[in-house]
Design a protein around this ligand. Structure first.
Ligand code: FMN
Length: 357
């Protein structure tokens, strides 16, 4: 195990590829959402249209490959595969944190390859919240945006991960005002995302207030970064951090609940992510109020272990499943899917009821 920024990414990737890193005793809570089957959909399957417009670009499906670092060794290769799959499916993608490329400009090529391969797709640049209040300035933001000719900049908030990580930087004082400054000084839209603990309605309101253009909830139920850091701490012999990470492995707002939280206070576009694993998950997310969805872990596993064609087939399958769920609920397009009736049961129903209070 390693301890500089680049080597740490290698550890993260290797743990994500080879170990169980998803939530253990919690889930996305999409199992508490039932879309109501319609035996008379009154549409033809072939006319179901999954296309959407997002921040000025047209996508063939409401789907993004979420921001992921391939680590310095794999970055160029992984980003090339992800960009060619996103291009062929005409969906969007985010790159992983570009912090290392600011320190070591050689790494910039592993990011800029995305635009060489896919000049037209929707691309998000990426940086972490804690960096904003610790030296990252507007010129740095412009550099990382230019590096991938980004359509938007995604800022990730990861307080739990920073807390558990051995070299973590759990410094969140000043992040909000730094974010506000960034939003006011940049022309490119800013998206704020979590990395697996979800966004609450309180945070959503603050983000909307300062002009953030979309929220990626990245809720609980998929990759657990407390889990990834716990495994890494164990391997590095840090028992205290390993225990902290295990205790908080399933901490956060389940993805389905986070969509309801955010939608209860804002009309901003919502990206549903954190444990999105099928087209049914996406259809449910959209019915709950999301505009599009994003997937991380299964995509990078396919890309590195099985290559481009298998990654393409996996994501094509997800889009086909979404289309099937739309057909079976009688939704001709994504706007209709947003209005489809759903039933909430169990814990998610309790959560939704408590939002009304
Ligand atoms: C290998 C890997 C690397 C990641 N790197 C980043 C990153 O650099 N920046 C970021 O915002 N999120 C990063 N994420 C988090 C994802 O974008 C996503 O929010 C999270 O993994 C939940 O989605 P999932 O359950 O589909 O994996 C990474 C995820 C994985 C699996």
């Amino acid at each position: 195990m390693n301890n500089n920024v680049q080597d740490r990414k290698v550890d993260h990737l290797s743990i994500c590829l080879n170990r169980e890193v998803e939530s253990k005793n919690e889930s996305t809570w999409f199992e508490y959402v039932y879309l109501v089957h319609q035996a008379l959909p009154e549409i033809d399957f072939k006319s179901v249209d999954t296309s959407v417009e997002f921040l000025g670009k047209k996508l063939s499906a409401p789907l993004l490959i979420d921001c992921m670092t391939g680590g310095p060794k794999f970055s160029r290769e992984v980003n090339s595969i992800l960009a060619s799959v996103a291009r062929d499916l005409n969906i969007g993608m985010g790159v992983g944190s570009q912090r290392a490329a600011l320190i070591n400009p050689e790494l910039a090529k592993s990011f800029s390859v995305v635009r060489e391969i896919a000049p037209e797709i929707f691309v998000m640049a990426n940086i972490g919240g804690p960096q904003l209040s610790r030296g990252f300035n507007i010129d740095d933001a412009k550099r990382i945006i230019e590096m991938v000719k980004a359509d938007a900049l995604a800022v990730h908030l990861n307080p739990l991960q920073e807390l558990v990580q051995i070299e973590g930087e759990p410094y969140y004082k000043g992040v909000f005002s730094a974010l506000e400054k960034l939003v006011s000084e940049l022309d490119v839209p800013i998206i704020v995302k979590e990395v697996g603990c979800g966004i609450s309605r309180e945070v959503a309101l603050k983000l909307e207030m300062i002009g953030v253009k979309a929220i990626n909830v990245a809720g609980l139920g998929g990759t657990s970064w407390a889990g990834v850091e716990a495994i890494r701490a164990e391997e590095m012999g840090d028992k205290y951090k390993a225990r902290l990470g295990r205790t908080f492995w399933d901490w956060g707002i389940p993805t389905a609940a986070s969509i309801l939280e955010v939608r209860s206070v804002t009309k901003l576009p919502i990206i549903a992510s954190g444990g999105i694993r099928s087209g049914i998950d996406i259809a449910k997310a959209i019915a709950l109020g999301a505009d599009l969805a994003a997937i991380a872990l299964p995509v990078i596993r396919k890309a590195i272990k099985q290559g481009k064609d298998k990654t393409y087939s996996y994501l094509k399958g997800v889009v086909d499943e979404l289309k099937a769920a739309m057909f079976l609920t009688g939704a001709l397009n994504i706007n209709e899917m947003k209005r489809k009736r759903y039933i909430l049961v169990g814990k998610l129903k309790d959560w939704a009821d408590s939002l009304g209070r």
